[in-house]
Design a protein around this ligand. Structure first.
Ligand SMILES: [Cu+2]
Length: 147
């Protein structure tokens, strides 16, 4: 039974305007359910060998580290990786969180979503982990997980 309809509507409004996700947690019974709110941070990394995005999001034209992604401990992190290079594959690896990298690299024109829960604070390198002609421009990405 809904005892606090105004509170409920307020929560609905809050949820509708944000990017939180609700995860069911633990055992539930007919009477009691526990919910945990997890917020998300989404980023896009474009890999390219021409135009404004050369490297990772134009890392060719920026001082390192680049790009820098800042999140808060406990958030769900989604990195949309897009390879706009028309001729070659590029790698994408996040130290600790995605050590394997995209297997075989990401082929030209392809996309890949890297998703994980930020459960360890620190600063983690993001880099290309396969051989490519602009490899040196793709070694200085950063993911900062802040407490
Ligand atoms: Cu490379």
């Amino acid at each position: 039974m809904l005892q606090y309809p105004n509170l409920h509507n307020s929560l609905r409004t809050t949820l509708a305007g944000s990017t939180v996700r609700i995860d069911e947690e633990g055992a539930s019974t007919a009477a009691v359910k526990r919910w945990r709110l997890k917020s998300r941070r989404a980023f896009t990394v474009v890999m390219a060998n021409e135009g404004v995005n050369v490297g990772f999001n134009g890392s060719a034209y920026h001082p390192t580290p680049w790009p820098v992604m800042n999140v808060t401990l406990g958030q769900i992190v989604i990195i949309h990786v897009i390879n706009n290079d028309t001729v070659q594959a590029h790698g994408f690896q996040v130290i600790h969180y995605f050590d394997s990298g995209i297997l075989g690299g990401l082929a030209p024109g392809k996309c890949y979503d890297v998703k994980f829960s930020a459960n360890l604070a620190g600063s983690f390198a993001i880099q290309c982990n396969i051989s490519c002609s602009i490899h040196i421009l793709m070694q200085s990405g950063r993911l900062n997980i802040n407490p």
